[in-house]
Design a protein around this ligand. Structure first.
Ligand SMILES: NC(=O)c1ccc[n+]([C@@H]2O[C@H](COP(=O)([O-])OP(=O)(O)OC[C@H]3O[C@@H](n4cnc5c(N)ncnc54)[C@H](O)[C@@H]3O)[C@@H](O)[C@H]2O)c1
Length: 270
């Protein structure tokens, strides 16, 4: 018996990084099946190769209301219900600072990053709410250390992830008592998280930044950089009706201690 026995989930941005690790973990916890919304049709085959009929793939853009509705319909049609929405697809701004922008590029970057990181979550919530109300299920969003602190990106990304906290609280308020709404906030994690097209960074991966993993590991209180699978237990906990029935409007931080980063200076024993 797993913690999510017979549950059905829908995960956006599920073909890599944290989303893929969540799909693997939910199925390992006994989920009946997982719907996935992914952007690139070429990635559908690898999802079916790994998970077979335990997944149903919808190809689309999280900024599209139709793609989100289609993903919910495909999940419910295939697996009979929906217990958990995991809004996870995201794009990062590669630390683009305010002074580096032309005005028009800033506008385009804002629209792209907020479109994916904020509107994408709202549209997924809107599409999934009716099915989740029927099962008294829950929503879980992937936020970030950048939801609380400066320095995890430039102003556009950090503002988008701060907006996610407001979204979680407002949705939790509006959808109670039927649907619990929570989030997981990972810190720096080794993934191929990409940049915005508006900055010409759509093929640039966070994990390819020279020295990124070492720099993050060195700055963190726990002294390592997380792997995607290090966060998945939090999603399982929040999805589990048995283990977190009283939890809503909560963000679980999974960031190796961002708030207390910097190591204490320890005196040598005399
Ligand atoms: N990697 C980190 O250090 C880190 C830290 C904190 C938070 N996060 C957050 O974790 C989440 C997952 O990112 P990840 O690090 O696993 O990177 P990732 O690139 O592996 O995953 C992001 C996914 O979102 C998808 N996506 C992007 N734009 C999309 C769109 N318009 N429509 C549909 N899908 C789209 C990508 O194809 C990809 O599958 C993001 O919300 C990110 O902001 C990542």
């Amino acid at each position: 018996m797993g913690w999510l026995n017979d549950d059905v989930a829908l995960v956006t941005g599920a073909n890599s990084g944290i989303g893929l690790a969540v799909v693997r973990r939910f199925l390992a916890e006994g989920a009946r099946g997982v719907g996935v919304l992914i952007r690139n049709a070429a990635q559908a085959d690898s999802m079916y190769e790994e998970f077979g009929d335990k997944v149903v793939v919808t190809v689309g853009d999280v900024r599209s209301p139709e793609s989100n509705a289609e993903a919910v319909d495909a999940t419910v049609r295939t697996f009979g219900k929906l217990d958990t929405l995991v809004g996870n697809a995201g794009v990062w701004d590669h630390f683009a600072s305010l002074r580096r922008y032309e005005g028009s590029t800033l506008k385009a970057t804002f629209e792209e990053v907020f479109g994916v990181n904020v509107l994408g979550y709202m549209l997924a919530a809107h599409a999934a709410a009716p099915a989740l109300r029927e099962t008294r299920g829950s929503m879980i969003f992937t936020l970030s250390n950048a939801s609380f602190y400066a320095g995890g990106g430039g102003p556009v990304y950090v503002a988008s992830k701060h907006a996610g906290v407001g979204l979680v609280k407002q949705l939790a308020y509006e959808l109670a008592p039927d649907i619990r709404v929570n989030a997981v906030a990972p810190g720096g994690t080794v993934t191929p998280l990409k940049g915005p097209q508006a900055l010409g960074r759509e093929n640039d991966r966070l994990s390819d930044i020279p020295g990124f993993a070492e720099t993050v590991a060195d700055a963190m209180a726990l002294g390592f950089i997380a792997r995607p699978e290090d966060h998945t237990g939090h999603y399982v906990l929040l999805a589990s009706r048995v283990n977190s029935p009283a939890t809503t409007a909560t963000v679980l931080q999974s960031d190796c201690g961002w708030e207390i980063r910097g190591r204490p200076v320890r005196k040598k024993a005399q």
